[in-house]
Every structure is written in structure tokens, then in C-alpha cells.
Design a binder for this molecule. Structure first.
Ligand SMILES: Cc1cc2nc3c(=O)[nH]c(=O)nc-3n(C[C@H](O)[C@H](O)[C@H](O)COP(=O)(O)OP(=O)(O)OC[C@H]3O[C@@H](n4cnc5c(N)ncnc54)[C@H](O)[C@@H]3O)c2cc1C
Length: 376
């Protein structure tokens, strides 16, 4: 998993963000030339993604309200859990569609802000000047706010504060975190979005801890982005260069933890056909979600369902399922089923090894055609 860019923003980085912004414009113009007509489907999707991300970040962040919070796995185990959070908000321009993701802003907890304050300013209301954090298509600009707001909303205090000579130009910066939408629904002039948040007890207090500390009625701010690695069949309608939609046909999804989010988005949108879903979690899945998956099986969206739990007396992993069903795996892959792999980074190479054992050198062509999606 790539680490979000939390580097401090001093004058040098602010200038660099403007240079990057200009380079982006040049690249976009270059990509529009005829030299780039013969891109693979995957290359075209990523080129389009970078354009769409810039367009999203150019606008101000949207605001959603937390409407519901429900456990996806047995939360009592404590060390690791997954929670689904429902957000509602106005549709706005370019409303989200199934397959999209959100980049969410988070805030440092009160305790971290109070610990950091003496290093930055004499009081919470002391004004501080700073360079805003650059985002794609939004280079840094000079701004000012209170010391408390800077510490709560712009600095990344996740690892604590160590230096007494700490300034707005030397503190790490809070970067938004990405979450794949597990559902997108339209309710009149509002959107209802769902995200699945994984949480490990030993992670520092950043986005996941913030999101899981929210209560119903509280607000979250962020941007909607098109996910470049979406489940086949989920198209990108807001794209500036739409790829012709096509029926994706049967597929195989091998996912761990909250990696199921993109698959759920497809199932909840009715975009699946004879799907073989292999889902591994650390702790048992909540009954409400198992029942929901059974309704998709009854409707024919899911053809085969394997949900396995890796903790407890009889641990079982997604790779165990694949190894016990090599015949089914080979049958599906050789007839051309798409494959979607998402979740823990260790899952990706483990599944790739098994897919390559069947498809051999043709695996690469399936990746380029976006019929084999690896979403870390
Ligand atoms: C395209 C994309 C889609 C994503 N979709 C989801 C999603 O649907 N649900 C979700 O919960 N998260 C998702 N993530 C991860 C999410 O953006 C955050 O990274 C995650 O919530 C942790 O954020 P944090 O600020 O709490 O912790 P961080 O400070 O970012 O991380 C704390 C520590 O935990 C490690 N860590 C963070 N996340 C993971 C992980 N998943 N597995 C193993 N180690 C990890 C980091 O390496 C770091 O050492 C997605 C990431 C990407 C790039």
C-alpha cells in the first residue's frame, strides 16, 4: 500500500507544487496528441484517472453526514475490526457512481492538538501563517489560521510531536485517505455512500481512528474520485474519454478484509453474473452481511461463495480456498472470467502466483485488458 504524502510544506515544496502543476498541464496536452492513440485499456484508464483526479481536487471538498455505523466483523475481538459507515450528502456536480472511491479528510484528536500546541504558539487562537498542503491541480498557496485549527486540520500529529522548534513549515502534513465506496445510492437530491474502514489497534491515531470515532450526525469532508481499479462492468460515466461499456460476464473476486468494498458496490448495483467470491477476514463476518451475500447468491449474481476466517481454532485463508479448488479456478480462468483481487498486500502476489500457474504468459494481456485487476 502506498504511503500518503505527509511531507512538510515549506517555501521550496510550495514552489515545486506550482512547477508540478504546470508540468501536469503540459503532459495533459501531450497526451491529447495523436501519438497516444494506441494505449492499452489499462493505460487509457490510468491516463483518464489522473485527469479526473485533478478535476475533482480543483473543487472544494464536499461535506457528508454520518447516517449509520455498523460492524462488519466481530468487533469484540478488538485488535482488528472492519466497520461500515454510511454517509449522506447533496448530489452536487458529477455525483458519485458505483465503483468510485472517496478521499476523506481527517482530524487530529484533541489530546494530540493540546500536546503539540506549546511547540507552535503561545495560545490556541494565535494566528499562524502557512503554505496550504498541495493536492493534484491545487498547488500550495499562502494562508493563515489559528494555531489550533492548523494543528487539528493541517498538521499530521499521528506519530506525536518531538521538536520544541517545530514550525508550520516543518510539521508533517495531513493527507486525505482513500476509501473504496461499498455502495452508492441516490435518494432524491441526495447521495447515500458507504465505506468500509479497517482498523488495527496498533496503528497510530490517524484517518481510520478518526472515522471510527465519529458518531451519527457528525460531518466528514472529502472528494469523490473515480477508482482506476474497479470491478469489471462498473463503468466511469463522468470520464472525459469514456471506454465503451461492455458486459463483463462471470468473474472471480479474491478479497481480504475491507477489500470487499468494491465487490459489494458491484453487487449492490446489480452488476455481477455468476461471480465466484472468495472473502477472507480476520474475525467472523456479522450475520447481516452474510445474509445480504446470500440474497445475491439466490439472485444468481453470486455463483459460488467462500467466506473464510483466518483467526480462531480452524484458521483458513483465501489461498486455502483456491488451493482446494484448483479445477474450478482453471475452468473459470481458461474460459475467460475476469479476476479482481483486493485487500492485504500479501494477498496480491499469492493470488498472482496461482493465476499465472493457469494462464502462464497470457496473464499480462489480461492485466492490460483490465480483465485482471489487482487493487492493493
Ligand atoms: C486506492 C485505495 C483504496 C483504499 N480503500 C480502503 C478501504 O476501502 N477501506 C480501508 O479501510 N482502507 C482503504 N485504504 C487504506 C486507507 O486509505 C488508509 O490508508 C487506512 O485507513 C489507514 O489510514 P490511517 O491514516 O489510519 O493509518 P496510516 O497512518 O495511513 O497507517 C498506519 C500504519 O498502518 C499501515 N497500514 C495502513 N493501512 C493498512 C492496510 N490496509 N493494511 C496493512 N497496513 C496498513 C501503514 O503502513 C502504517 O504503518 C485504501 C487505500 C488506497 C490506496
Amino acid at each position: 500500500m502506498s504511503r500518503p504524502d505527509d511531507r512538510p510544506v515549506d517555501l521550496r515544496r510550495a514552489i515545486a507544487s506550482h512547477a508540478l502543476h504546470a508540468a501536469r498541464h503540459v503532459l495533459t496536452a501531450w497526451y491529447a496528441t495523436p501519438f497516444h492513440r494506441s494505449l492499452s485499456r489499462r493505460e487509457a484508464a490510468f491516463r483518464r484517472y489522473f485527469g479526473d483526479v485533478g478535476a475533482s481536487f480543483r473543487s472544494a471538498p464536499r461535506t457528508w453526514q454520518v447516517a449509520e455505523i455498523r460492524p462488519v466483523t466481530d468487533g469484540s475481538a478488538g485488535d482488528r475490526r472492519i466497520t461500515e459507515i454510511t454517509l449522506t450528502g447533496p448530489l452536487g456536480a458529477a455525483p458519485p457512481v458505483p465503483g468510485d472511491m472517496v478521499a476523506l479528510l481527517w482530524r487530529n484528536p484533541d489530546s494530540a492538538v493540546a500536546r503539540a500546541l506549546p511547540a507552535l504558539a503561545p495560545t490556541a487562537t494565535t494566528p499562524v501563517a502557512y503554505w496550504t498542503t498541495p493536492r493534484p491541480c491545487r498547488p500550495a498557496r499562502r494562508s493563515s489560521t489559528s494555531a489550533e485549527t492548523f494543528l487539528r486540520e493541517a498538521a499530521d500529529l499521528g506519530e506525536g510531536v518531538s521538536s520544541s522548534r517545530w514550525t508550520t513549515a516543518t510539521t508533517p502534513r495531513l493527507a486525505p485517505r482513500l476509501y473504496t465506496l461499498s455502495e452508492v445510492a441516490r435518494e432524491g437530491d441526495h447521495s447515500r455512500l458507504r465505506i468500509m474502514v479497517s482498523f488495527h489497534a496498533d496503528w497510530p491515531e490517524r484517518a481510520a481512528a478518526h472515522l471510527l470515532g465519529l458518531r451519527v450526525g457528525e460531518e466528514v469532508r472529502g472528494w469523490v474520485l473515480p477508482h482506476p481499479r474497479r470491478v469489471p462492468g462498473l463503468v466511469v460515466p463522468q470520464s472525459r474519454e469514456p471506454i465503451a461499456p461492455e458486459a463483463a460476464g462471470p468473474g472471480l473476486a479474491v478479497v481480504t478484509g475491507s477489500g470487499i468494498a468494491g465487490v459489494l458496490a458491484a453487487l449492490r448495483a446489480g452488476v455481477a453474473d455468476d461471480l465466484w467470491l472468495v472473502w477472507g477476514t480476520r474475525h467472523p463476518v456479522a450475520p447481516w452481511l452474510l445474509q445480504e451475500l446470500e440474497t445475491y447468491r439466490a439472485a444468481g449474481l453470486i455463483g459460488r461463495l467462500d467466506v473464510v476466517v483466518s483467526a480462531g481454532e480452524r484458521p483458513r485463508r483465501v489461498t486455502d480456498v483456491l488451493d482446494d479448488a484448483t479445477g474450478e479456478l482453471a475452468r473459470r480462468l481458461t474460459r475467460g472470467d475476469w479476476i479482481y483481487v483486493s485487500g492485504h498486500t500479501a494477498t496480491l502476489p499469492a493470488v498472482r502466483e496461482r493465476v499465472q500457474a493457469v494462464l502462464g504468459p497470457t496473464t499480462k494481456a489480461r492485466i492490460e485488458a483490465m480483465r485482471y485487476i489487482e487493487s492493493g
